[in-house]
Design a protein around this ligand. Structure first.
Ligand SMILES: [Zn+2]
Length: 254
């Protein structure tokens, strides 16, 4: 397993400052979160590409800009966010992009399915043409989006998956929604990214039993991908450093 940091936590900094903060903490790998880009504009990709190349970091994954559409009129905007994010993933050399269902949990079933089908009908072929794998994230019950448990994720996958979709396992969301074991049982072997945090995206700074049992199960599925620290933006540099320290030690065993 490879330790990585989501740079969404530094989204208030400039792109250069953002990468500098990641390096200052001693991380080598990042998940580039599109939150770090203030406005999703096509040509900004070149700015990110330049700053990233200068940083010497590895971009293991990219978190797409996301809109949980509340009406079919917003589908084109969700498609645009998805495609700009894919351009950025391509520019940074990320082989994998984390996505959500892109639909609001308040949409009724037939409209939800129609919107997902239209959005992913555009995003998937574009991702394929760039050689980027898509990975669906489980959401928290607190999220405005649809896709928090096995039942909901199965519905999403039945519309958007052609057998190539991976799973981004968000431990914070799964703990909050109390679905850690059911998600692992169903998707353990499809996981290709892990968003790592305790409830409320607080950092793990000690080897808590729920963390260790999760890592043991992941290891049982022969998982060797990113462990992406995805932390609340109020987390201090000291806390991030402490969490990194813990995972540097733990991941030697996994
Ligand atoms: Zn997440």
């Amino acid at each position: 397993m490879k330790l990585s940091l989501s740079n969404g936590i530094f989204s208030k900094l400039s792109v250069d400052g953002n990468f500098a903060a990641v390096k200052q903490l001693g991380f080598e790998n990042i998940e580039f979160n599109m939150k770090a880009v203030r406005k999703e504009r096509d040509s900004d990709v070149y700015r990110e590409q330049q700053a990233f190349a200068a940083s010497g970091l590895n971009c293991l994954t990219l978190h797409s800009a996301i809109l949980h559409v509340k009406s079919p009129i917003e589908v084109h905007k969700a498609v645009y966010y998805g495609k700009v994010s894919l351009e950025c993933a391509h520019a940074l050399g990320a082989p994998l992009m984390t996505v959500h269902s892109n639909v609001s949990k308040k949409l009724p079933l037939p409209i939800r399915e129609k919107c997902m089908s239209e959005i992913f009908g555009e995003i998937k072929p574009f991702a394929k043409s760039l050689g980027i794998k898509l990975s669906l994230e489980n959401l928290s019950y607190k999220s405005t989006g649809f896709g928090k448990n096995v039942e909901q994720l199965e519905e999403v996958l039945s519309v958007i998956d052609d057998g190539s979709m991976g799973i981004t396992f968000d431990l914070c969301h799964a703990l909050e929604t109390k679905v850690v074991d059911s998600l692992l049982d169903k998707y353990g072997s499809q996981i290709c990214n892990v968003h790592m945090a305790n409830k409320s995206h607080a950092p793990f700074t000690e080897p808590k039993p729920e963390l260790i049992s999760f890592l043991i199960k992941l290891h049982g599925y022969e998982y060797s991908g990113p462990i992406t620290l995805e932390l609340d933006h109020k987390t201090t540099m000291q806390e991030i450093a402490k969490s990194k320290n813990l995972f540097d030690k733990l991941l030697k065993e996994f």
